[in-house]
Design a protein around this ligand. Structure first.
Ligand SMILES: Nc1ncnc2c1ncn2[C@@H]1O[C@H](COP(=O)(O)OP(=O)(O)O)[C@@H](O)[C@H]1O
Ligand SMILES: CC(=O)OP(=O)(O)O
Ligand SMILES: [Mg+2]
Length: 413
């Protein structure tokens, strides 16, 4: 029996999203999410897609990622897709921080695990969860290859002048302080899809990708290679996010420590978890912010305006970095669904060739078209503006499968 299936695990700080894909035809066999890991009301929601069976949802206390993954394994087993299934070719894991060491998908061994662990200080919210996902998956099936696909990998092509902070060089080198960038799997996938939508080869297209989810980042992609991105040493720099501040004057930190008497950990927590949209108006969900703006809520309006102003600045910056822009692609939860954010972000940018067709921007394609990339700029616009739904799980599965197919049975350990 040939092994043609890939299980993808995306372990976040408090959730695990997973998908089982059949690579022979690209179909999804099962998918689900475990949420609120470590809390009393954690829950699992599992959809057996291939059989068309009902979604199964259940509340259960999952103390950690190991318990969550064991539950995922049991759900898959119930559908006849146990982790011991010989049709499983590999398990692909999203790993957020790969530092400079990892520039491509990598077969996991003890040395790879040690390096992911060494990078924890640079991604304290994400890498520990990714590690626990990998070690648990290895325990559940020690024979199937485990592949790590890094958020940072796509950004390793950034030129040194974009990756460097203007800091004392010896200190920066000693402590690996540089800009790494994140969400790379999404930026890679979406920039390629945007080129395809224009009927171009990725090597011919310059694309600005705006990945606007809970975490948010922008990238400038020239001829299929990333040349700049908004996240830096950690996923805190750049755009305004759900709970993260994005760019601030670094002296804000000294001020809060020296004058406000906060601890360094306190400031870290403030900037990562109590800032962004949440900090400005008490809500991190863009849908809720739209609702409050409609009602005339001023704090929500200010949060929306700060979010959009930052976004606009990065779009302008990346027009300058790229010189010629073929497409601007909006993606992830906010980018794919919020017509008001897209409209406000591009307002007044006609001078840069950026225009929207309002009817296209407001349209909400249903059914099989809902997941497809679509243009929202008018016919004949100098720069194409597009909504391109991201699919990090599919991209991780394809990169994982390509690696184990290349390596052949020797990849098995
Ligand atoms: N219809 C919508 N309008 C505006 N924002 C939306 C809509 N649907 C989802 N979102 C926003 O998308 C965000 C989550 O994006 P997502 O890409 O799923 O995040 P992540 O994968 O980082 O958890 C939330 O802030 C949510 O408010
Ligand atoms: C790197 C990052 O910010 O990831 P997420 O958006 O999943 O939090
Ligand atoms: Mg996401």
């Amino acid at each position: 029996m040939t092994a043609t299936r890939v299980l993808v695990l995306n372990s976040g700080s408090s959730s695990v999203k997973y998908q089982l894909l059949e690579m022979a035809d690209g179909s999804r066999l099962a998918a689900g999410i475990v949420e609120r890991i470590g809390e009393k009301q954690s829950r699992i929601s599992h959809s057996p897609l291939a059989s068309g069976g009902e979604r199964r949802e259940r509340a259960e206390e999952f103390a950690n990622h190991e318990a969550a993954l064991r539950a995922v394994s049991r759900e898959l087993e119930t559908d006849g897709y146990g982790l011991e299934d010989p049709r499983l070719a590999a398990i692909g894991h999203r790993v957020v921080h790969g530092g400079q060491a990892f520039t491509r998908p990598t077969l996991v061994d003890d040395a790879v695990l040690a390096e992911i662990e060494r990078l924890i200080p640079l991604a304290p919210l994400h890498n520990p969860a990714n590690l626990e996902g990998i070690t648990t998956a290895r325990t559940l099936n020690p024979r199937v290859p485990q592949v790590a696909v890094f958020d940072t990998a796509f950004h390793t092509t950034m030129p040194e002048h974009a990756a460097r902070y203007a800091l004392d060089a010896a200190t920066a080198d000693e402590h690996r302080v540089r800009r790494y960038g994140f969400h790379g799997t999404s930026h890679a996938y979406v920039s390629r899809k945007a080129a395809e939508l224009l009927g171009k080869d990725p090597s011919e297209a310059n694309v600005i990708v705006l990945h606007l989810g809970n975490g948010a980042s922008a990238s400038a992609v020239r001829a299929g290679r990333c040349v700049d991105t908004s996240m830096g040493l950690t996923p805190l720099e750049g755009l305004v996010m759900g709970t993260r501040s994005g760019d601030v004057d670094p002296a804000v930190v000294f001020h809060l420590v020296r004058v406000a008497g906060m601890s360094v950990d306190g400031v870290d927590e403030l900037l990562n978890k109590r800032s962004g949209l949440m900090g400005l108006c008490g809500d991190n969900d863009m849908r809720e912010i739209h609702r409050r703006v409609e009602e005339g809520d001023e704090a929500a309006k200010l949060a929306f305006d700060v979010y959009v102003h930052r976004l606009k600045k990065y779009i302008g910056a990346y027009c300058a970095v790229l010189g010629r822009v073929d497409a601007v692609a909006f993606t992830a939860g906010v980018g794919e669904n919020s017509a008001p954010v897209r409209r406000a972000a591009l307002e007044g940018m006609e001078g840069l060739g950026l225009r929207l067709d309002d009817a296209r921007n407001e349209a909400r394609p249903q059914g099989p078209d809902s997941g497809k990339p679509r243009l929202i700029s008018p016919e004949g616009a100098r720069v194409a503006v597009a909504v391109v739904p991201t699919d990090e799980e599919l991209e991780i599965a394809q990169q994982t499968y390509a690696l184990v197919s290349e390596e052949g049975p020797g990849a098995r350990r």
